[in-house]
Structure formats: structure tokens, C-alpha cells
Design a binder for this molecule. Structure first.
Ligand code: SF4
Ligand code: SF4
Length: 448
């Protein structure tokens, strides 16, 4: 409870110091895993419709506490600064609190991302005691919208309660949201929820066709939807500066549109911008069976090895697949990205998102700059699925890009049953609910 009593001023000073520590010299070539996202179990208490890892049951041969302690020692040796625990639901790992403690004692900032469904006041206090500094709760819409995305009735209420429990336990709270055609209407309402809940940071990302979201291409934004969505985020970001809410885009939201500086900066009137994919440069992902990737959201083909067999340092220093982003050049890009004026800096945007569409990096359809340029030429791009996903964690479907006249009528079949804003939200939610129920029945799981 001592930690729960940190004063507002102490927390503000800590936050500022942390923000400064997190700034990395991304021009350096001395790469190290500063920012680690560690999935400690794939067990989950929800069955989210857009989950990239298709979490529900633990992986075979998940790490034990003994494995975890060896990993903590290696992260310390590699000078990791911040470790984000994820799942599934990280708190479902039997040694969850011990892992937090070990990371904290090794000097790393311990953070967690959660759906919050199973967090009560007692668990929040245990997490705080163990050394958890920040916790980001995933909230994807208001009430029914969130419950449908999470395929669990009551999930929204639980997530909001979790924010309160965590805040009361002295843990800094943030919210992260995944946006797509199904929930984009709730963007502004979520902003007000964050303010009401005294959330300091809100991360906004786009749903990519990864894992379960790859089975629902109708749900995804089309590239031209960014023409509307990104400026809406930018307006909220500007407002948030004066109302105490910092909105940060996930790495797959952008890139290089007129709002780039505003979106990527942590302070008003700063001009940060996307610096290219940092996977395997300063970012590291670890899966719950010990598999290692340059970024937690990357597909299985990017696994460089397993920590139970091969030390992290060996993989970090020697694996070309782990370090693929270190050597990438404009020659590795394709499609529109290859000829883009920002290509040398951007290098095709977020790698896992590009791979989720085309099975390779270097061509990024979710790009605001690109959608604007297309529109200037009277064109738009549309992605359509041509091959389905296998049904495994972090798998992907395959899509192709159709470039068409900007005002061409949208084909109802290709756009899908929610048909943008033409179909009412209620109708979209009903369709979505039927799809979820079918899938959960097939999995012998009932929608509770
Ligand atoms: S078109 Fe590609 S390279 Fe250019 S800004 Fe967009 S994502 Fe980056
Ligand atoms: S793949 Fe995307 S999210 Fe991962 S490090 Fe690269 S840009 Fe960031």
C-alpha cells in the first residue's frame, strides 16, 4: 500500500523521467532491446474478435518461473529499459506476480497491457506491490460495441472498473483502443471516457488483418477511410493537450499526412515523425513458449529462435531475421511505397501490418499520405481478400490492392454486410453478434 500512496506530484515527476528515458537515439546503429513486449501466457478470459494471437488457451510448453527468471537475467544483461507484459491475459500465468517482481528488482520499468476482465481491487494492489508501474487497459468502444469486439457481455463494465482499481492501487493507467469500421463511431465517445476516468495516455491503433481479425475482412478499414479517421484523431489529440489527455498513435496509424508532427509528438508544437520500423532495433517480442521476434505483432516467419535453446544475445547479434529492419533499404520496398517521397525515412511503415496484407513487408496500404495523394489524382485503393488465414496465432490472410476511381460505387458484396455508414450501427452489431456466436459455438465456448 506504500506505493498506492505516491502523491500526484511524485507520479508526475516519475512520468516525466520515464518519458525522457524512453526517448531513444533512433539514428544510432548501436541497437539494443530497450522496449520489450513479453507475452507470458496465451491463456485468456475473453475471446476477442480481432485478437492477433487468437488467444484463449495457453501455448504448449509455456515458460515456467525458472525459465522466466533466466529471461529476466538476459534482459537485464541486454540493458532492456521497459518490459510490457501481455497475454492472452498476463495475470493468468501462475507466476505473474513473481515475474513482475523479478523484472522490477532487475531495474526495468514493468508495464502491462490487459483487457482488465479479471482485475479486482486485491489483484491491482498485489500488482502494485510487486512493482508494476503502468497498466494499459484495452477498451474498443462504449458498452455494447466493446462487448461485441471482446465477445463477452459485461466486458466494458469490467474494463472501466479495472481502470478504477488500478488507479486506486497507485498504478498509472492508460487506455489502448483498436479501431476499424465496426467501432470507429465510438472514437469521440472514448475520448470523453478517458477524460472521465482521468486516463493520462490513450493509444490508438488500427485493426490489422492478423489472427482473428484476418477472418473478418469486412470489419477492417479500407485505406481511403483514413481520409476521415486520421483527421478526427488529430482533432482529439490537439484538444487532449489542453485537457490533460495525451493521445499517441500506434505504429500502424499514420504516416506522413499533414498531421504527422501533431500525432507523433508528446508535446504541442513539436514535429516528431515516424522513424521507420524499430523491430529488432530497439523493440523485442517474446512469446509465452520462449520464441523471439523483433516485434510482438510480427508473424511466425519472423521468429529467430527460442530462449529455451538459444541465448537472447546470440539471437540479437546474429539472426538476420531478428534484425531484418536494420538492413532494410528503399530497394526492399514495393508498390506505392517504393516511389514515395518519404520512402527513405519511412521504409514502408509498420512491418507487421504490411505483412498481414501481402505476406511481405515494404508496401503499406494503411497510409494517410498515400490515401491523400491518391485522392488528389481522383483515385482510391481498396484491399480485397484473396486467400484466408490458417487459424493460428499471428497468422494472416492475403489481400490484393485494387486502384479505382475515387467516386466509383462501392460493391456491396466486397464491402461487406456492415457497408460503412449506410447500414445502421445496430444492424452492424447484430450481424457481428451472429458471426461471433457461430464461432464461439464452434469452439464449444458460449457467449457469456
Ligand atoms: S506510402 Fe509507404 S513509404 Fe510513403 S509514407 Fe506511406 S507508408 Fe511510408
Ligand atoms: S512491426 Fe510495426 S509495431 Fe512492430 S516495431 Fe515495426 S513499426 Fe512498430
Amino acid at each position: 500500500m506504500i506505493k498506492a500512496k505516491r502523491s500526484q506530484t511524485d507520479r508526475a515527476i516519475e512520468r516525466q523521467k520515464e518519458a525522457e528515458n524512453r526517448r531513444l537515439n533512433t539514428f544510432s546503429t548501436e541497437y539494443f532491446p530497450a522496449y520489450v513486449v513479453w507475452e507470458i501466457t496465451l491463456a485468456c478470459d475473453q475471446h476477442c474478435t480481432h485478437c492477433g494471437s487468437r488467444a484463449i488457451d495457453p501455448r504448449q510448453f509455456e515458460i515456467t518461473l525458472a525459465d522466466a527468471l533466466l529471461i529476466v537475467a538476459q534482459l537485464k544483461e541486454m540493458k532492456a529499459r521497459e518490459v510490457v507484459l501481455i497475454g492472452g491475459e498476463a495475470y493468468l500465468h501462475p507466476d505473474f506476480l513473481e515475474i513482475i517482481k523479478a523484472l522490477d528488482q532487475a531495474g526495468m520499468t514493468v508495464v502491462m497491457t490487459t483487457g482488465g476482465y479479471g482485475i479486482d481491487q486485491r489483484l491491482a494492489e498485489q500488482m502494485s506491490e510487486a512493482g508494476l508501474k503502468r497498466c494499459s487497459v484495452s477498451i474498443d468502444g462504449i458498452d455494447n460495441t466493446h462487448d461485441l469486439m471482446r465477445a463477452k457481455k459485461g466486458s466494458f463494465q469490467q474494463a472501466v472498473k479495472a481502470l478504477g482499481y488500478l488507479r486506486h492501487a497507485g498504478i498509472d493507467i492508460s487506455v489502448n483502443s483498436n479501431f476499424n469500421r465496426f467501432n470507429e463511431r465510438d472514437l469521440e465517445a472514448l475520448y470523453f471516457l478517458c477524460l472521465e476516468q482521468k486516463v493520462k495516455t490513450w493509444q490508438i491503433q488500427l485493426t490489422s488483418p492478423l489472427g482473428r481479425a484476418a477472418d473478418r475482412s469486412d470489419m477492417l478499414f479500407q485505406p481511403f477511410d483514413l481520409l476521415d479517421f486520421v483527421p478526427r484523431v488529430a482533432r482529439l489529440k490537439e484538444r487532449g493537450f489542453s485537457e490533460g489527455l495525451l493521445i499517441m498513435p500506434g505504429n500502424n496509424l499514420g504516416f506522413f499526412g499533414p498531421e504527422e508532427g501533431l500525432l507523433r509528438s508528446q508535446r504541442p508544437h513539436h514535429y516528431d515523425h515516424f522513424q521507420g520500423c524499430q523491430a529488432g532495433k530497439y523493440v523485442l517480442g517474446i512469446e509465452s513458449d520462449g520464441a523471439v521476434k523483433g516485434c510482438p505483432s510480427l508473424q511466425p516467419v519472423y521468429i529467430s529462435g527460442n530462449l529455451k535453446q538459444s541465448p537472447l544475445k546470440t539471437q540479437w547479434d546474429q539472426s538476420p531475421i531478428l534484425g531484418f529492419a536494420r538492413t532494410r533499404t528503399v530497394d526492399d520496398l514495393s508498390g506505392y511505397c517504393k516511389k514515395c517521397v518519404f520512402a527513405e525515412v519511412c521504409l514502408g511503415g509498420c512491418s507487421f501490418t504490411a505483412h498481414a496484407f501481402f505476406g511481405k513487408t515494404g508496401n503499406q496500404p494503411y497510409c494517410h499520405y498515400r490515401a491523400i495523394q491518391m485522392k488528389k489524382e481522383g483515385l482510391r485503393e481498396r484491399v480485397i481478400p484473396i486467400q484466408s488465414a490458417d487459424g493460428l496465432p499471428f497468422d494472416h490472410a492475403l489481400f490484393e490492392i485494387i486502384t479505382e476511381d475515387f467516386s466509383a460505387p462501392l460493391d456491396r458484396d466486397e464491402v461487406g454486410p456492415w457497408l460503412l455508414k449506410i447500414v445502421s450501427l445496430e444492424q452492424r452489431q447484430k450481424t457481428h453478434l451472429i458471426q461471433i456466436e457461430d464461432e464461439t459455438k464452434a469452439d464449444n465456448k458460449s457467449l457469456k
